[in-house]
Design a protein around this ligand. Sequence first.
Ligand SMILES: [Zn+2]
Length: 157
Amino acid sequence: MVEELLSAVKAVPDPELPHVTIGDLGMVRRVELEGDHAAVVIAPTFLGCPATEQIRADVEDVVRGVGFVAVVDFEMAPAWSTDDITEAGRAKLAAAGIAPPAMVGDGPVPIDLPVACPHCGSRQTRLVAGFGATACKALHHCHGCRQPFEAFKELRR
Ligand SMILES: [Zn+2]
C-alpha cells in the first residue's frame, strides 16, 4: 500500500514544469501510513517558489484518490539540490527543450561550463537573462543553432 501511494505521489506533475513529475525532480522524500492518514514528506525545491502550495494541494488530491487523508510536510534539511533530479527527470527536461542542470556534486571548486544547448548540444551558448518563464530557469541563447532555450538553474546544497 505504501508503495502504491508513493508511486501515486511521485507521479504528481510539477506545476511549473508539467513535463516532469515531483518524483522526477527527487522531491518526494517518504510516505508513511498511520491508520487512514498518509504522512507525505516533500523537499521543497526553490525557496519561495509559488508552486509549493500547488504541489501540496495536488498531493492531497492524489492521496485522497487512493483513499487516505494526506498530511503534507515540507522538509527543508537536508536541502534539496538539483543533483536530486533523477536520470529520467533530466532526460524529460532535455526532451522538452530545457537544458537540465549540471551535476554539482560535493566538489569544492564549482566549474562554470557554459550550458549545453538542448536543441543541438552545442556549448557555444550564453546567458541572456537570469530568470526565464519561472524563477527556477534561466534564459540562454545558442550560437550553434541560433535558438533561445531555457536552462534549469543549478542549486547547490
Ligand atoms: Zn543549439
